[in-house]
Design a protein around this ligand. Structure first.
Ligand code: GNR
Ligand code: NI
Length: 174
């Protein structure tokens, strides 16, 4: 098992569009395990492969209180949605910021499960919001994209400033 580094806004790698997973093999299962370890450790309720710099259409989630309801969605496609729901969202790639985002209330999703079996599931509540948030990541989209340009720039500037203090650039030799 390994804990992976999570990319942070405004890292341009978070803007890459993930490509479909072609094979559900042992290497992918290892990656899934590492993503769960990373997500639970963070802690977060979801994690998209994009956030760990793997540009494949894969996400994990667990919104349960006891952290014992793991979901794995490979190549997810939302094929039905209805209703409207506003939730205060956060993101491990935008640490410390929480803003209201409007999304579909119910979604139906077709995807491959951990065993590579094609299944359909219906999601609502927080899990629906989380799955939509993660699929956005796979398309290079972040929750801050739903905010005003001014708000997004303010968050970006504050995160950049904070990061400069956290990990100063290595001093230039010569
Ligand atoms: O941990 C997370 N919490 C959360 C809360 C409201 C809406 C979405 C989320 S997902 C987030 C983890 C994350 O960044 N996943 O990409
Ligand atoms: Ni996120």
């Amino acid at each position: 098992m390994a804990k992976l580094k999570i990319l942070e806004f405004p890292d341009p790698r978070l803007r890459k569009k993930a490509q479909p997973v072609e094979m559900v093999d042992q290497a992918l299962k290892q990656l899934i395990d590492d993503m769960f370890e990373t997500m639970y450790d963070a802690p977060g309720i979801g994690l998209a492969a994009t956030q760990i710099d793997v540009h494949r259409r894969l996400l994990v989630a667990d919104v349960s209180a006891d952290k014992n309801e793991p979901w794995v969605l490979i190549n997810p496609v939302i094929f039905e949605q209805d209703g409207v729901e506003v939730t205060e969202e956060g993101c491990l790639s935008v640490p410390g910021y929480y803003e209201e985002v409007q999304r579909a209330e119910h979604i139906r999703v077709r995807y491959l499960d951990r065993d590579g079996i094609e299944v359909e599931s219906e999601f609502d509540g927080l899990l629906s919001v989380c799955v939509q948030h993660e699929i956005d990541h796979l398309d290079g989209k972040l929750f801050v994209d739903y905010l005003s340009e001014a708000k997004r720039q303010r968050i970006r500037k504050r995160l950049e400033k904070e990061r400069r203090h956290r990990q100063p650039e290595p001093a230039t030799i010569f």
